[in-house]
Design a protein around this ligand. Structure first.
Ligand SMILES: C[S@@+](CC[C@H](N)C(=O)[O-])C[C@H]1O[C@@H](n2cnc3c(N)ncnc32)[C@H](O)[C@@H]1O
Length: 384
């Protein structure tokens, strides 16, 4: 247990009696200096509690660079082209993407302005150090929040995130014969426990679509993420013309809310293994499956139209992934090449990360008729 975080939670519980799970999650993950993401020792990948796709292999950033390059072309090669990544972790995707762009189309690289919105000061420092090491820091700027980014409503480009939305605080709800309950966090000796009670805000179920709510059997649990609603609206407000490219695990409604069979998709990770949310408070990661239907609905209210919903396999497959696999396969009896190829394939294969991770593409101020047929991520098929 992180004693500072636990102390803050106990203090708040002594006053309020109970906290919503979203309040608990916000504190354990994002306390400014001791929250899970903001501790000095925070890292992702080797030595951390979980891996994300950019950490598996640089091909991930390279394929995304290619997809974004195509978006730039579709938009008529605007200059400057603003590429904003929100929630960039240790900065691996940003540097891989920029280095791929630098080796590619000179016009595209010259047009690119890369911004990171990252809540954590310590992570921003890690990102800046990595960007300097890899020689791309000159292309980049950093912000703590989306609202702080200058040029609101005027930006032309792409807003990108990988595993941002699954790290946003969620409320935990349940459906009963008589309506809904919320699962709160309460004190339990030296630790914390769950307690059911009435909803903290009667509007919470409205963030899940009505058909899904009607379909859920009594006894089913689900999560609601008002923070995701806020973030996607803020992304829409920032753009004049462009795309929002979201990669995350989860699904649309109703699938995302029914697939857990009486659990709700909240997961804790410690040293690459799943754990319980109330264990090792502040020292382990907490995530929740993303409801992509919420991103589509709330995004539409800030002008973002859905262009397509697909999988990481198709995003990568459509953007050069298999050429790299082919290159490695042709190095016969090269054990290093084999090992690298198997590592890469984890990102792509459906039984590995390829279908667990979903990709949502939304657009604003871009003609969307026929657009889905022009974007590599949405046209890829294994049959070809
Ligand atoms: C699960 S990590 C993913 C990191 C990285 N994208 C990757 O794939 O390795 C979530 C990231 O989102 C950041 N984050 C969470 N909420 C945020 C917010 N409201 N604004 C900016 N960054 C946020 C966290 O600090 C962290 O960098």
């Amino acid at each position: 247990m992180n004693h500072v975080v636990a102390g803050v939670l106990r203090g708040r519980l002594a006053e309020a009696g109970k906290l919503t799970f979203a309040e608990f999650m916000e504190t354990v993950l994002y306390h400014p200096t001791e929250g899970y993401y903001n501790r000095p020792e925070m890292t992702i990948g080797e030595g951390g509690d979980f891996y994300t796709s950019p950490m598996v292999h640089p091909i991930f950033g390279a394929c995304i660079a290619r997809q974004i390059h195509q978006m730039w072309v579709v938009m008529g090669r605007p200059t400057p082209f603003f590429l904003l990544e929100m929630g960039a972790g240790v900065g691996t995707l940003a540097v891989d993407l920029l280095q791929t762009a630098e080796r590619g189309d000179a016009g595209f690289f010259a047009a690119l302005e890369y911004a990171i919105v990252e809540q954590g000061a310590q992570l921003r420092e890690q990102q800046q150090a990595r960007a300097r090491e890899r020689g791309v820091a000159g292309k980049m700027t950093w912000y703590e929040t989306l609202d702080e980014v200058p040029g609101q409503g005027e930006r032309v480009g792409v807003i990108l995130s990988n595993e941002l939305f699954d790290a946003l605080p969620v409320h935990r709800l349940g459906k009963t014969e008589d309506g809904f309950v919320e699962y709160y966090t309460v004190a339990d000796g030296d630790g914390f426990a769950e307690q059911a009670g009435p909803l903290s805000d009667p509007r919470l179920p409205e963030w899940v679509d009505a058909k899904t709510l009607a379909q859920l059997p009594a006894g089913e649990r689900f999560t609601v993420c008002p923070a995701a609603d806020e973030v996607i609206r803020a992304m829409g407000r920032l753009l004049a013309h462009g795309f929002v490219l979201t990669i995350d695990y989860g699904d649309r409604s109703p699938e995302v809310h029914v697939q857990h069979k009486r659990a709700d998709g909240v997961r804790a990770y410690y040293k690459q293994k799943q754990a319980q949310p109330y264990e090792r408070v502040g020292l382990q990661d907490l995530t929740a499956d993303v409801d992509f239907s919420l991103l589509v609905q709330s995004g539409a209210e800030s002008g973002l139209q859905e262009v397509g919903f697909t999988t990481q396999m198709k995003l990568l497959g459509g953007n050069g992934f298999l050429h790299k696999v082919q290159e490695l396969r042709s190095k016969r009896f090269d054990l290093m090449a084999d090992a690298e190829m198997y590592r890469m394939l984890n990102l792509f294969l459906p039984q590995s990360l390829g279908e667990v991770f979903k990709v949502l593409i939304q657009a604003k101020g871009v003609e969307i008729d026929g657009l889905a047929e022009r974007l590599h991520a949405l046209t890829f098929s294994l049959e070809e």
